[in-house]
Ligand binder design. Structure first.
Ligand code: NAD
Ligand code: UPG
Length: 466
C-alpha cells in the first residue's frame, strides 16, 4: 500500500463496469475515492455494500479498500475536493453507429459546475471519438463558475479491461495510456498510478500477480492519439477473431480443424495465440459499438474502412451460422425444443449487451422453436433485459438438456465444461449439440457434437462404433 502522503482524492463519475472497477482499484491502491452515479438505486446498493454487477473478486477488493471508498449521487459532494476526476459514463451506440455522447456531455457539464478553481485534472476513461477530449475541455471552461482558460486539464486514459477478468486486468495491465497536451496533467496521473507502475502494492491473494509479470508500459501520447488507441485496439482484436472465424469456415470445407490451425499460427510470435478462438462470433458492449464508431468516424471524413467493415460482416454471418448448423441436422425446427446454454456474452460476467446468445434465442423464436435457456449467473438480468424474447428458464444445464431435441452451447462457462455430457446426452430426446465454444473436448459414446471450424460431425462417435 502506498504512503498516505502520495494518496490523492479521486472522484469517479459513472459506476458501471468501468467506473466500479476504477474506483475500487484506486481505493485498494490507497487513494481516497468517491464514486458518483445518477442512478440512485445503484448508489443505494453500493452504500449497502452490494455490487450492482457480477464481476469476480470485485466484492472482495471492495471490502479490502475499507473506508477509503464512498458512494454518492451528488456532484456537489464529489467534485470540489477531488484532485482527479474520472469520467466513466456509457457511450452506447446510436442507430447511426456513432456513439451517444450525451452522457459524457451531461457529466462534463455537471463536473464543470462544481470545479474549485484550483488544479484539478479531468480524466476521460469512456471510449469516445477522437476530438472528444478537446470538446470536454471547452465544456469545462464554458460551464465552470469562473472562466479559466487552460486551467482545466483533460487527460485521456482509455480503459482496456475485459469483463470477467476486470480485476486482474486493472491490477496487472499490459500498458497504461495517458494522452494529454498538458505535462502537468500527465504528471498528476503518473503520481496516481505510481503503485501500479511500480507494482509496489501488495497483491491480493485472490488476484495474485501473474508469474513473470513485472510492470505495465507507460505510453504517453497526445489526447487524440490516446482516443484513437482505444478504438484501434478493439478494432484489431475484433478483426483478429473475425479472421479466425473466416478461416474456420474454410476449415470445414477442406477437413482441417481451426483449433489446430490457430495453435499452429499462434506460435509465430508475430501473430500470437490470443483472440483467435473461432466460435459464435464476438459480442459484448464494446467490440460492436467501437467497430461501428470507427467506421462512422471514417465516414465523416469520406474515408472507407473496408477491413473493419468485413470484420463486422463476418461476425454477423458467424451468428447466423449457429442456426444454419442446427437446421442442417434438424430439418424442421418448428415445435422442436432446443436448449441454449449460456446467455452472457462471455463467461464470468452477467453482462448481456450484444450477446450472440440473444440473436440465437431471438431467431429460434422466429422459427417457432421452444427455447429452454440457462446461464449460471446472467438469468436474473435476462429476466429484466430480455423480456422481449420468448424462452423458458431452466434451473440447471441438466434440466435444460432433459428431453431437448438439440442443444446449443453459446457461452463457455466452466460449469458446462465440467458437465457429465455422456449422461446429459442420453437424457436428451435427440442427442445433438451445437458446441460453438469447444466446451466438449472428449469423445462421447452417444450423439452428435457439431463444432465451429471442424468438419461435421465433429467429435461424433456413434454408439454402434464406440
Ligand atoms: N464495459 C467494459 O468492459 C468497458 C471496457 C473499456 C472501456 N469501456 C468504456 O467505458 C465506458 C463505460 O462503460 P460501462 O460498461 O462501464 O458502462 P455502464 O453502462 O455499465 O455504466 C455507465 C454508468 O454511468 C452512469 N451515468 C450515466 N450518465 C451519468 C452522469 N451524467 N453522471 C453520473 N453517472 C452517469 C450510468 O447510470 C451507469 O451506471 C464506455 O464508454 C465504454 O465503451 C467499457
Ligand atoms: O478468441 C476469442 C476471444 C474473444 N471472443 C469473443 O469476443 C467477445 C469479447 O471478449 P473480450 O474481449 O474477452 O471481452 P470484453 O469485456 O468485451 O473486452 C473487450 O472490450 C473491452 C471494452 O472496450 C476492452 O477494454 C477489452 O480490452 C476488450 O478485450 C466475447 O463475445 C468473446 O466470446 C471470441 O469469440 N474469440
Amino acid at each position: 500500500m502506498m504512503q498516505d502522503t502520495r494518496a490523492l482524492q479521486v472522484a469517479v463519475v459513472g459506476t458501471g463496469y468501468v467506473g466500479l472497477g476504477t474506483a475500487i482499484m484506486l481505493a485498494y491502491l490507497g487513494h481516497h475515492v468517491v464514486g458518483l452515479d445518477v442512478d440512485e438505486n445503484k448508489v443505494a446498493m453500493l452504500r449497502r455494500g452490494q455490487l450492482p454487477i457480477y464481476e469476480p473478486h470485485l466484492d472482495q477488493l471492495m471490502l479490502d479498500s475499507g473506508d477509503r471508498l464512498r458512494w454518492t449521487t451528488s456532484y456537489a459532494e464529489a467534485i470540489p475536493d477531488a484532485d482527479v476526476i474520472f469520467i466513466c459514463v456509457g457511450t452506447p451506440p446510436l442507430p447511426s453507429g456513432q456513439p451517444n455522447l450525451s452522457y459524457v456531455a451531461d457529466a462534463a457539464q455537471s463536473i464543470a459546475g462544481h470545479l474549485n478553481g484550483k488544479l484539478q485534472v479531468v480524466v476521460n476513461k469512456s471510449t469516445v471519438p477522437i476530438g472528444t477530449g478537446d470538446w470536454v475541455a471547452r465544456m469545462l471552461e464554458e460551464h465552470a463558475p469562473d472562466y479559466h482558460e487552460g486551467r482545466y486539464l483533460v487527460v485521456s486514459n482509455p480503459e482496456f479491461l475485459r469483463e470477467g477478468t476486470a480485476m486482474h486486468d486493472s491490477l496487472y495491465p499490459d500498458r497504461i495510456v495517458l494522452g494529454s497536451d498538458s505535462p502537468v496533467g500527465i504528471a498528476q496521473l503518473v503520481r496516481l498510478y505510481e503503485p501500479l507502475l511500480d507494482q509496489s502494492f501488495e497483491a491480493p491473494g485472490y488476484v495474485p500477480r501473474p508469474a513473470g509479470y513485472t510492470r505495465p508500459e507507460l505510453v504517453t501520447t497526445s489526447l487524440s492519439s490516446a482516443e484513437m488507441i482505444k478504438y484501434a485496439a478493439n478494432a484489431f482484436l475484433a478483426l483478429k477473431i473475425s479472421f479466425a472465424n473466416e478461416i474456420a469456415g474454410l476449415c470445414e470445407w477442406v477437413d482441417a480443424d481451426i483449433a489446430e490451425v490457430t495453435r499452429g499460427i499462434g506460435h509465430d510470435q508475430r501473430i500470437g495465440p490470443r483472440f483467435l478462438e473461432a466460435g459464435a462470433g464476438w459480442g459484448g458492449s464494446c467490440f460492436g459499438k467501437d467497430t461501428s464508431a470507427l467506421i462512422s468516424i471514417g465516414r465523416e471524413y469520406g474515408y472507407d474502412m473496408p477491413i473493419l467493415a468485413a470484420a463486422v460482416e463476418i461476425n454477423r454471418r458467424q451468428r447466423q451460422l449457429v442456426i444454419t448448423k442446427l437446421q442442417q441436422h434438424l430439418h424442421r425446427l418448428k415445435g422442436k425444443r432446443v436448449a441454449v446454454l449460456g446467455m452472457a456474452f462471455k463467461p464470468n460476467t452477467d453482462d448481456l449487451r450484444d450477446s450472440p446468445a440473444h440473436d440465437c434465442i431471438a431467431r429460434l423464436g422466429e422459427l417457432g422453436v421452444q427455447v429452454v435457456a440457462h446461464d449460471p449467473i446472467a438469468m436474473p438480468r435476462a429476466r429484466e433485459e430480455w423480456r422481449h424474447l420468448r424462452y423458458h428458464e431452466a434451473a440447471s444445464a441438466e434440466a435444460a438438456l432433459h428431453g431437448a431435441d438439440a442443444a446449443i452451447i453459446m457461452t463457455e462457462w466452466n460449469e458446462y465444461r465440467q458437465l457429465d455430457w455422456a449422461g446429459a446426452l442420453r437424457r436428451m430426446r435427440n442427442p445433438l449439440v451445437i458446441d460453438t465454444r469447444r466446451v466438449i473436448t472428449a469423445a462421447l459414446p452417444v450423439g452428435t457434437v457439431e463444432q465451429i471450424g471442424k468438419r461435421a460431425p465433429g467429435v461424433l462417435v456413434h454408439e454402434a462404433s464406440a
